[in-house]
Design a protein around this ligand. Structure first.
Ligand SMILES: [Zn+2]
Length: 98
């Protein structure tokens, strides 16, 4: 599953953007969001690196498994994050620097 997400990131049409303010969602603690029209994945920049990586995985899981509930997606995101190998971690750390 993680390989599929990495494939989506590398080969897909998605753009990941880190933003510090979710003005449209004032007062709601949004971690991440997909704009379906532009395939843009917005990630809240006010989080730790780990939280950002989990959120990126979370948002892509929504794309890969559109029928999964929010709970299923969140559970799987954490599980994938915890089972990441060192190359996986490096891959995601590089994305955070972009
Ligand atoms: Zn979600």
């Amino acid at each position: 599953m993680l390989n599929k997400i990495k494939y989506y990131i590398l080969e897909g049409t998605y753009e990941i953007k880190f933003i510090s303010s979710f003005r449209r969602f004032k007062g709601i603690p949004i971690k991440g969001f997909i704009e379906p029209d532009t395939d843009t994945i917005l990630i809240n920049n006010n989080m730790s690196d780990s939280e950002k990586i989990i959120t990126i995985i979370h948002e892509f899981l929504h794309e890969i498994k559109p029928n999964w509930s929010e709970n299923q997606v969140e559970k799987k995101s954490l599980q994938l994050f915890r089972s990441m190998t060192s190359p996986d971690q490096l891959f995601f750390k590089k994305i955070l620097k972009n």
